[in-house]
Write a protein that binds this ligand. Structure first.
Ligand code: PLP
Length: 511
């Protein structure tokens, strides 16, 4: 492919490009350019068809960009400097737990004994890795109040599917095939998606006026077709389900299982445990709570922990203590008796597991408890600080996050949650989550996380309040409608950008 903008010449690495659009890597491409070249040797050249059977050879060369290493690095470095990131500042994106991840966990994950071990290494040569997994499983079970866990699932949603497959295997083993899973209307979008993917029908229960599961309504939809219920506690409004015992009892009474969506464990670690609340299956997002940075689709891990009754259905193989203890312990691989099979190649996203264990050991049980306490304290402090300027529809004590509403601003001067979110970008913060959960109009879902300092939170609160005040004057409204003005791109037509992404420099914007 020919370079379209630089005429095949040296791709510009000029910082003078400023805010002009970054070309795609294909547009930087020049025929024949490579990122490396090998020195001439006396090894005779052979044709590819001499070494690869003909049926495996491509007829048409694959259309890959051809760029120098220098241009490649400059391209991605330029792009990276146009992004907002957790390492740049506060990122109060509700439900996503975009907290700062300490660098020591990266250092541990990068140790050669952890990062360079091939997954096919025999157990006898990978005892340290097996011990790491066994120890991590033990801690996850301790934190969640469960008996055994699989570390295989690659993320939260993968954990949900794994948990639902385990539920299905459990019901089938008891001779029944159930068709329905109950989820509350405030559930994270992955919950109904996983339910459908697992072949169940999703039955929604509404929230009551306090933003919690309506127990009376739940009782009405429970019957012998219900395989289980999926619940996030605290829920997506950041509220703790106070009737959790009654909810779990009601589901268990019809033979259903309780699934805990523990993506946001930083709300409860060291304080309460899903197992003690009556849950049977719990996934946790190591890439939210336990030191793996996430976003942009990077590797994650969504271990699924279960009660002893469900342990035989877990995916395998699992790292297991075979015999002995301490320095004399021997570890190996075992496969649970009625396993649902593998849910990931090899043992999951292994370095994420290494980071999580490092983080747990570094914090200890007292430190992990403080993680939750600060997450909850920060969210409540911020909620209180902005509660005069914004409506907080469910204003009781929240857990690690809360949902504000821009409805008043909209009525007053036509300022929407989206306008506030865009203006927040100009102020040097990432935006909160907007328009989710659906049960709140003009929702701004704010999760400050435990890692932000008092000073940062104060500035964030001032910023949010300042923007709400702007909404009171016509001049301010005009400014809010214009935002963002300091970002590499201004406001996009998001629907169009998602449906018709602009993948070439030649296309006019948003076409
Ligand atoms: C993030 C999140 C998920 C999904 O986790 P992924 O790792 O993105 O698949 C599920 N439930 C809740 C409550 C979440 O916050």
């Amino acid at each position: 492919m020919e370079s379209k903008i630089f005429g095949g010449g040296v791709a510009s690495s000029s910082p003078l490009m400023g805010n002009s659009p970054e070309p795609t890597i294909f547009e930087l491409s020049a025929p024949g350019r490579t990122s490396y070249s090998l020195r001439a040797t006396n090894v005779p050249k052979r044709d590819l068809s001499d070494v690869v059977p003909k049926e495996f050879l491509r007829e048409i060369p694959v259309d890959l960009p051809e760029v120098s290493e220098r241009d490649l690095v400059a391209h991605f470095t330029r792009l990276s400097s146009r992004q907002y990131a957790v390492d740049l500042g506060a990122y109060p994106l509700g439900s996503c737990t975009m907290k700062y991840n300490p660098k020591f966990a990266d250092a541990v994950a990068n140790m050669t004994g952890i990062s360079d071990v091939h997954p096919l290494t025999p157990a006898s040569h990978a005892q340290g890795w097996l011990e790491l997994m066994v120890t991590l499983e033990k801690y996850i079970c301790e934190i969640t109040g469960m008996s055994e866990a699989t570390l295989q699932p690659a993320a939260g949603a993968a954990g949900e599917l794994t948990g639902l497959l385990i539920m299905g295997a459990y019901h089938r083993a008891r001779g029944g095939k159930r068709s329905k899973i109950i989820i509350p209307d405030s559930a994270h979008g992955t919950n109904p998606a996983s339910v459908t993917l697992a072949g169940y029908e999703a039955v929604t229960v509404p929230s009551n006026e306090r933003g919690l599961v309506d127990l009376e309504h739940l009782r009405k939809v429970l019957d012998e077709e219900v395989a289980g219920m999926m619940l996030t506690n605290p829920n997506t409004l950041g509220l703790f389900e106070q009737e959790i015992y009654e909810i779990a009892q009601a589901v268990h009474d019809v033979g259903g299982l309780m699934y805990y969506d523990g993506a946001n464990l930083n709300a409860i670690i060291g304080v309460s445990r899903p197992g003690d609340m009556g849950f049977d299956i719990v996934h946790s997002n190591l890439h939210k709570t336990f030191a793996t940075p996430h976003g942009g689709g990077g590797p994650g891990a969504g271990p699924v922990a279960v009660t002893a009754v469900l342990a035989p259905f877990l995916p395998g193989p699992k790292a297991t203590l075979i015999e002995g203890e301490g320095g004399a312990a021997t570890y190996g691989w075992t496969t649970p008796k009625h396993t649902i099979g593998k849910v990931h190649g090899f043992f999951g996203n292994a370095v994420v597991l290494g980071r999580a264990l490092a983080y747990m050991l570094y914090n200890g049980s007292d430190g992990l408890k403080e993680v939750s306490q600060y997450a909850v304290l920060n969210a409540n402090w911020l909620r209180h600080k902005i509660s005069e300027q914004y409506d907080i529809p469910y204003s009781q004590w929240c857990m690690h996050e809360f949902v504000a509403s821009a409805q008043r601003l909209r009525r007053q001067g036509g300022i929407k949650a989206l306008d506030i979110a865009k203006a927040v970008l100009d102020e040097g913060f990432h935006s909160p989550t907007v328009y989710f959960p659906l049960v709140v109009e003009e929702a701004l879902m704010i999760e400050p996380t435990e890692t932000e300092s008092f000073q940062t939170l104060s500035i964030l609160a001032e910023t949010l309040n300042k923007l709400a005040k702007l909404a009171e004057t016509s001049e301010g409204q005009e400014a809010l409608h214009q935002a963002p003005v300091n970002t590499p791109t201004r406001r996009l037509d998001e629907a169009l950008a998602a449906r018709k992404p602009r993948l070439s420099f030649d296309q006019p914007p948003n076409h």
